[in-house]
Design a protein around this ligand. Structure first.
Ligand SMILES: Nc1nc2c(c(=O)[nH]1)N[C@H]1C(S)=C(S)[C@@H](COP(=O)(O)O)O[C@H]1N2
Ligand SMILES: [Mo]
Length: 322
């Protein structure tokens, strides 16, 4: 990984050839993605309901499947890319698919700041260099009660964090996502305080289930799903999963996430999926598994990942720490 200022060394000089070619394939795919986004949105409509991923020519190379995937059937490409929350591109569920088409995801940098030894601005391509990508089919539950099953492509956040060498003072990780009013029409609405900020406790961030996502159905991540880099924490409500991340900051104090800032009585820091702790305005006991119209699927504690994550919250009052 590049730890010098971006212009200093090209990664092709310091990686072996196969990794380099691998990276090239990704960058080529990403470049095509930028140009093909509009067509991709159109062509996927034709595949609605087929249950098969669309082939957009943006395939990611060398993706291995993960034993941490759920065996449930994933939602379709169409469902995953036309029913989105991404308020920077508008608040209707189909707004992101409409207004994020021309969103520019290359070049992309991520600033690493705060309590760590490797503070720098990293090129995304260097973050990905030599990084094994995995298919991770995860349950995804929004606090609004809809849910999906999504075949992400990503890698453990822990593997990036380790390279940043956090200090002993790093107790939390804060994610800041892009706020560019030239590209994001939703920013003008003032519906949330921008930029969108999220955070995780260090053990949550280091948990093997927590991933940085770069793809969907084996292809480059579509813009409306958070391209080029978003996080996903499958046992938490969807709002924890910040999209289009541009800054990762290691901090001592618990960050104030955007939804908490907007409505602290409705959205907490932890946001663990919990059928027994209601949102003040609605029950969380059931969910609507898209494309169903009915909110009749029982919600599982920690979104069904309790065996793997519950121990992190032992002794905590989950009503207070909602
Ligand atoms: N930057 C940013 N990230 C965001 C959001 C957003 O509005 N802006 N919405 C969040 C919410 S509420 C959810 S449910 C998920 C939705 O992810 P998806 O559209 O890929 O399903 O993204 C999360 N990440
Ligand atoms: Mo959400």
């Amino acid at each position: 990984m590049l730890i010098k200022p971006p212009s200093d060394i090209r990664s092709s000089e310091i990686t072996d050839k196969s990794l380099y070619l691998n990276r090239r394939a990704f960058m080529r795919a990403a470049a095509v993605a930028a140009g093909a986004a509009a067509t991709a949105c159109v062509s996927t409509d034709a595949l609605a309901g087929s249950g098969q991923p669309a082939a957009h020519g943006r395939k990611l190379e060398n993706v291995k499947s993960s034993p941490l995937s759920t065996s449930e059937l994933p939602n379709t490409w169409e469902q995953i890319t036309t029913y989105n929350n991404y308020y920077e591109f508008g608040t209707d569920k189909d707004s992101p698919s409409r207004y994020a088409r021309g969103f520019k995801t290359t070049p992309w940098t991520v600033a690493v700041e705060g309590e760590c030894n490797k503070k720098a601005v990293y090129h995304l391509e260097d973050i990905l260099k030599g990084q094994t990508l995995e298919d991770r089919i995860y349950r995804h539950r929004c606090v609004e009660r809809w849910s999906m099953v999504i075949p992400w492509v990503g890698f453990p956040l822990s593997s990036f964090i380790n390279k940043c060498e956090p200090t002993s003072k790093a107790k939390f990780v804060e994610f800041t996502t892009l706020a560019d009013d030239r590209q994001m029409p939703g920013l003008a609405s003032g519906v949330l305080p921008w930029p969108y900020v999220e955070g995780l406790r260090m053990d949550e961030a280091m948990h093997p289930l927590t991933i940085l996502v770069v793809g969907l159905y084996g292809e480059v991540l579509p813009n409306q799903d958070g391209a080029p880099l978003r996080v996903h924490i499958p046992w938490k409500y969807g709002f924890k999963s910040g999209k289009s991340i541009v800054k990762i900051r290691f901090v001592e104090k618990q960050p104030v996430n955007t939804w908490q800032r907007a409505a602290a009585d409705e959205y907490g820091f932890y946001a663990n999926v919990n059928p027994t702790v209601d949102h003040p305005r609605w029950s969380q006991a059931k969910e609507r598994r898209l494309p169903s119209l009915f909110t009749n699927t029982p919600t599982q504690i920690f979104n069904g990942y309790g065996d793997q994550v519950a121990s992190m919250y032992a002794g905590m009052d989950l009503r207070k720490n909602f």
